[in-house]
Design a protein around this ligand. Structure first.
Ligand code: URA
Length: 209
């Protein structure tokens, strides 16, 4: 049998199956399942979030809950079609503490981000994106391989050591947590502006092809 091309859906399907058995950190024990990335391969844009939330853990798909709805709206406003984007998370299991009937989100620690990084690297090798957008501090750490304050790097194109490019922005959940309507509207526009930088980069790539 010929091996699947690294950008073929078969290759990603094999990665997904292997990730379903991952025991590289303890998060698999309490999560429902591994939530692997989804989308086309190759894809010009790869979006990376933090980790699946409650809804994603149950559905087995990234960004299908409230943060996903916020993301979908912002992508649309930035002129990006979600179906053209490969969407994944830096950490592929839901980390939470139970509080009665609720499962309270817990931020992944550095060891968990590092343990999950090979899956991101394999996805990226398969998807071959022109640009990776890291949403939030956990995603930035997973993508850049180091702790990176968002506000220092936000909204600009960063050259990666291997020749790829990345852009760091906030996580859509951050917008959902802002209590003040005005601040939320302003921050939403900044998030869309960051995604527009990504969209412009992809247009330049398409024009040059
Ligand atoms: N937040 C994330 O970072 N990823 C998801 O898939 C959902 C919420």
């Amino acid at each position: 049998m010929t091996p699947a091309r690294s950008d073929s859906p078969e290759h990603l399907a094999a990665l997904r199956a292997a990730a379903a058995e991952c025991r590289a950190c303890p998060l698999w024990k309490n999560a429902t399942q591994t939530v692997f990335g989804e989308g086309p391969a190759p894809a010009p844009l790869m979006l990376v979030g933090e980790q699946p939330g409650d809804k994603e853990d149950l559905a087995g798909r990234p960004f299908v809950g409230p943060a996903g709805q916020m993301l979908d709206r912002a992508l649309k406003d930035a002129g990006i079609e979600r179906k053209t984007v490969y969407v994944t998370n830096a950490v592929k299991h839901f980390k939470f503490v139970p509080r009665g009937k609720i499962r309270l989100h817990q931020k992944p620690n550095s060891a968990e981000i590092t343990a999950c990084r090979p899956w991101y690297a394999r996805e990226r090798a398969a998807v071959k994106p022109v640009l990776v957008v890291a949403m939030g501090a956990t995603a930035a750490q997973g993508v850049l391989g180091r702790i990176t304050p968002i506000n220092k790097t936000r909204g600009r194109l960063i050259d990666l050591d291997d020749g790829g490019e990345a852009l760091v922005t906030v996580h859509p959940s951050y917008l959902l947590r802002l209590p003040d309507q005005g601040a939320r509207a302003r921050e939403y526009q900044r998030f869309v502006a960051d995604l527009k930088v990504a969209a412009a980069r992809l247009r330049r790539h398409a024009d040059a092809a």
